[in-house]
Design a protein around this ligand. Structure first.
Ligand code: ASP
Length: 325
């Protein structure tokens, strides 16, 4: 398996999609494509990260992202440790920086971090010597989610530059939306952001996507409709009259889906609120819904990211050793 792939990836960390160029992304997606096929084998293990340590640091709850990184690390032969940061020393008053210094002293090679504050992952990356991967920071970015979404669309529909993609729902609180707008537009897609005005962040019209507050107009003639979870845990005060009303105007049901292109595909990063942002009959329609494929491709994308960053790390360490000699 692609142990010695050609690569030219200059970044020590993956903190966001912003700042990557098309070549960076194409390389990650090409390697991820290989890892999708690799993961379908009975024995899915290769030793590209053998002897390396991967720490999974999730300060916010996660089901699929944490297990996806864990599987990715294990399939590549790393020693993977999941740290339960919800119960960490931060609760005892330790600062985030002290936590980072402590963990750094354990000499990890790859650090996967999720945190509820935008920018926290970047801050930590400056305090450690290893490769850092952002697994979601506040409302800022979730780069591996966007990469797995792009991979999923590309594997199913081909070149993204021919596609119109609507990202719908709670844009304001969604790191998935931000990362996806950056990535899908970088790959040439026409992207629309669709949601009620209280859930469209200020400045969203400058992200490179067209903004719609009417769902029916927003998804008209789209090839892909990507639904987002209503992130009630990030909302202070009343953003919406009721979830029932929200579903009526912004939930994706069979009727509204008819307005998209015939055969349009449906995505959701999970976890889903059935009956709030998406109707079960739509989410579970295997001809149209890519939701479980997104999960499958997530492991492959994370393998590609871990593999690529480990190569970059080993190169950097080799150069440092040369300088010290
Ligand atoms: N799982 C995604 C995230 O961590 C989406 C969500 O939580 O709604 O951002």
């Amino acid at each position: 398996m692609a142990k010695d792939f050609e690569y030219n990836y200059p970044h020590p960390h993956l903190l966001g999609i912003e700042g990557l160029n098309r070549l960076d992304v194409e390389q990650l997606l090409a390697l991820a494509d290989d890892y999708v096929e690799f993961s379908r084998q009975d024995r899915k293990h290769v030793d590209v990260l053998k002897g390396m340590t991967l720490l999974n640091l999730f300060f916010e709850n996660s089901t699929r992202t944490q297990s996806s990184f864990e599987l990715a690390g294990k399939r590549l032969g790393a020693d993977v440790v999941n740290m339960a940061m919800q119960n960490s020393s931060l609760k005892k008053g330790e600062t985030l920086i002290d936590t980072a210094m402590t963990l750094n002293a354990m000499r990890p090679d790859l650090l996967v971090i999720r945190h509820n504050a935008s920018g926290a992952v970047k801050l930590l990356s400056r305090k450690v010597d290893c490769a850092v991967i952002n697994a979601g920071d506040g409302q800022h970015e979730h780069p591996t989610q966007a990469l797995l979404d792009a991979l999923t669309i590309r594997r199913r529909l081909g070149d993204l530059s021919a596609l119109r993609i609507a990202i719908c729902g709670d844009i304001a609180h969604s790191r998935v939306a931000r990362s996806n707008v950056f990535l899908l537009t970088l790959l040439g897609a026409e992207v629309r952001l669709v949601g009620p005005s209280p859930l469209i962040p200020k400045g969203a019209d400058e992200w490179g996507a067209e903004v719609y507050t009417d769902m029916k107009e927003g998804i008209a003639d789209c090839d892909v409709v990507m639904m987002l979870r209503l992130q009630l845990e990030r909302m202070e005060g009343a953003f919406l009259p009721s979830t029932r009303e929200y579903f009526h105007f912004y939930g994706l049901d069979r009727e509204k889906l008819k307005l998209a292109k015939p055969g349009a595909l449906v995505m959701h990063p999970g976890p889903m609120n059935r009956g709030v942002e998406i109707e079960s009959a739509v989410a579970d329609n295997l001809d149209r819904s890519l939701i479980t494929t997104q999960v499958e491709n997530g492991v492959a994308v994370r393998m590609a990211v871990l593999h690529t960053l480990s190569r970059n790390l080993l190169d950097r360490r080799a150069k440092q050793n040369e300088v010290q000699r």
